[in-house]
Design a protein around this ligand. Sequence first.
Ligand SMILES: *[C@@H]1O[C@H](CO)[C@@H](O)[C@H](O)[C@H]1NC(C)=O
Ligand SMILES: *[C@@H]1O[C@H](CO)[C@@H](O)[C@H](O)[C@H]1NC(C)=O
Ligand SMILES: *[C@@H]1O[C@H](CO)[C@@H](O)[C@H](O)[C@H]1NC(C)=O
Ligand SMILES: *[C@@H]1O[C@H](CO)[C@@H](O)[C@H](O)[C@H]1NC(C)=O
Ligand SMILES: *[C@@H]1O[C@H](CO)[C@@H](O)[C@H](O)[C@H]1NC(C)=O
Ligand SMILES: *[C@@H]1O[C@H](CO)[C@@H](O)[C@H](O)[C@H]1NC(C)=O
Ligand SMILES: [Cu+2]
Length: 339
Amino acid sequence: MVRLFALALLSTCIFGLSSGTVTPKCKQPAVRKEWRALGPDGQKAFTDAIKASICYFGATPDLPPIQVNSSRYDDVVYVHMDAVNSAHFTGRFLPWHRLFLHTMEGLLRDQCGYKGYLTYWDWTIDSHDIKHSPIFNADPAVGLGTFPNETTNFELSNGAFRDIIRAYPTAHHIQRNYTLRPFEIQIFPWTFNLPNKEANTTQTTAEYIKLTTSFIGNFTAFQAYMDGFRAEGLHNAAHLSLGGDMANISHSPNDPLFFLLHSQLDRVWAAWQAHNRRNRNAIAGGVDQDLNDFDAHPLGTGTPVTGDTVLYMAGIGQDATVNNVFSTTGGYLCYEYAT
Ligand SMILES: *[C@@H]1O[C@H](CO)[C@@H](O)[C@H](O)[C@H]1NC(C)=O
Ligand SMILES: *[C@@H]1O[C@H](CO)[C@@H](O)[C@H](O)[C@H]1NC(C)=O
Ligand SMILES: *[C@@H]1O[C@H](CO)[C@@H](O)[C@H](O)[C@H]1NC(C)=O
Ligand SMILES: *[C@@H]1O[C@H](CO)[C@@H](O)[C@H](O)[C@H]1NC(C)=O
Ligand SMILES: *[C@@H]1O[C@H](CO)[C@@H](O)[C@H](O)[C@H]1NC(C)=O
Ligand SMILES: *[C@@H]1O[C@H](CO)[C@@H](O)[C@H](O)[C@H]1NC(C)=O
Ligand SMILES: [Cu+2]
């Protein structure tokens, strides 16, 4: 009797593990705070960790070592470049970036001595004048840097990241160039519809509320609005208006601002998911970009993206499925955003 009981326990245990039903519990979610809420000490811890992440030199995992002297941070950038077609304008966009942020957060904590979590930039506070937002601070220890100009070839000349050299696509200092009307410059296979549109019109509180409370149960409509008709929506406007590295869809993570910007987009997705039960596990789109027919397929085409679709981290972290990352507090992930 006792033996049978023990056997039953053992098999339950083994079955539980091998079937993958054992999800770690998320009891105390980490809290990702807004940049300003970190305070000087929290900001310094973050900028120090970002600077430490350039110290881990080595071959880019699973990828050809294009640059001999690439750092761990450069590896992270390369993983994004590798995913440029699969994770933008496809159904993988939001879940892939959620996993990418989680992977970066883990690297900073496990390899760069960081005790904190990722941080977001709530641009609704600054939408009236993004360029002069106090987050663009010249302080050499904690500042994200003010916008440079042509006198430094648009390279950062102050703030904590001024001396950093990034490897991809070729060795260079981080560049930025604030551009209120980024859609005047055509960069896609389609023509921007509203060339005079000011990027900050997508970054207002009213737009935040619209994004997070509309499109109930319709992931296609939600993502299509975030990317915008002809990609003139929040996601692209936020990137392109910062100019320089951030304006490039492939190597934009060169600028640490990428992680603050995408945490804000991830926060928007999480807020939309929390707004209605029908949004929680909503996903749509295809795995293939369709830039030649973007109006018809803003979320891509081909094999549909579902909960079982795999999100690849190219060796820099564990791959996961869309199901793994639907919830930020489901156990696979364990964080939330401070409001
Ligand atoms: C890599 O770094 C070493 C040591 O700093 C340097 O001598 C070498 O020229 C660098 N190689 C490349 C390709 O940048
Ligand atoms: C966008 O920024 C410009 C320049 O700072 C400002 O004149 C305009 O009022 C802002 N628009 C909104 C919607 O806040
Ligand atoms: C360029 O930026 C520097 C540093 O912020 C500033 O001193 C200078 O006046 C700017 N030059 C122009 C032409 O805006
Ligand atoms: C910088 O941005 C301005 C618009 O604000 C644009 O006219 C200029 O071409 C940009 N320069 C570079 C090098 O990106
Ligand atoms: C979801 O939104 C898309 C894009 O706006 C629209 O074409 C589609 O009809 C919507 N689906 C449903 C079920 O309402
Ligand atoms: C973005 O950068 C990649 C290299 O990382 C380059 O091939 C591409 O032309 C750039 N795109 C734009 C729009 O400048
Ligand atoms: Cu991206």
